[in-house]
Design a protein around this ligand. Structure first.
Ligand SMILES: [Zn+2]
Length: 255
């Protein structure tokens, strides 16, 4: 019985995370279109059918409907499903890593939510809105109290450690990095401290570089094309939030 209750807690954690990310998905879809993210109920973008409560259960509804609208049968974007799965995974991951429903877990989950909206919007529009960079910087300020193991000195250096070199590259290579990417890494520096920021940008360059090579090799893009780098930075920042401390400790042990 206890085992059952214990499993239920984890299922609830997953569903809560999936619900919240489902909302963030709507935000990332509506904001660039100038629509209000909170007004108006969720509806099918093809036939306009308002979704009933049963169709709003994260992950489960999508699978039961086999990814189609119940009204018109139009195929729904798999993005809905995967963003919800990501939200569930983030919620469970934060609870595992930072000890259940603690302020530390809530702060990291908030940061992951912001990174997800930034990634989705940057992927669609190649733009990162200042308000989300600012919100991430506020998370950085809160982290100064909740994660005192990273000192304020490291956080202040972190603001410039990655953003300034990126700015220099952007000035030398036009179209190298966008202003949004640079501001994102300044905010992330406050959140992570300088060492973990370096780890984040290292991962981002590795993942983004790999993706770029794949685009070229698969002839999906030419050498002059651009793709959004923000999502890769966000993946790097997210990884640094979870494992940055371990990696920095391991690296320091090598020196
Ligand atoms: Zn429909």
């Amino acid at each position: 019985m206890l085992y059952l209750a214990y499993s239920l807690i984890w299922i609830l954690r997953f569903l809560l995370g999936a619900c919240l990310f489902s909302f963030w998905n709507v935000v990332a879809w509506r904001l660039p279109r100038g629509e209000s993210p909170i007004r108006g109920r969720s509806c099918c973008s093809v036939c306009g059918k308002t979704l009933t409560a049963g169709e709003l259960i994260p992950c489960v509804s999508f699978l039961l409907q086999r990814g189609r609208c119940r009204g018109c049968g139009a195929k729904l974007s798999p993005r809905y499903f995967w963003v919800e799965v990501l939200g569930g995974a983030c919620s469970v991951g934060c609870a595992l890593r930072f000890g259940g429903e603690t302020p530390r877990a809530a702060l990291v989950f908030t940061a992951l939510s912001l990174l997800t909206v930034v990634s989705l919007m940057d992927w669609d529009t190649m733009e990162i809105w200042d308000r989300f960079d600012l919100a991430l910087a506020l998370c950085g300020l809160a982290a100064g109290w909740l994660f005192p193991e990273i000192g304020w000195g490291s956080r202040l250096i972190g603001v410039f450690a990655v953003s300034v070199p990126m700015l220099v590259v952007a000035l030398i290579v036009p179209g190298g990095f966008g202003g949004g990417d640079i501001k994102l890494m300044a905010a992330a520096g406050l959140l992570l401290g300088w060492q973990r920021s370096l780890f984040a940008v290292f991962l981002a360059l590795l993942a983004g570089g790999g993706y770029g090579i794949w685009l070229l090799a698969a002839h999906k893009a030419g050498r002059k094309d651009h793709f959004a780098f923000g999502p890769f930075l966000c993946v790097g920042i997210a990884a640094a939030l979870f494992w940055g401390g371990d990696v920095v400790g391991w690296y320091a042990g090598l020196l």
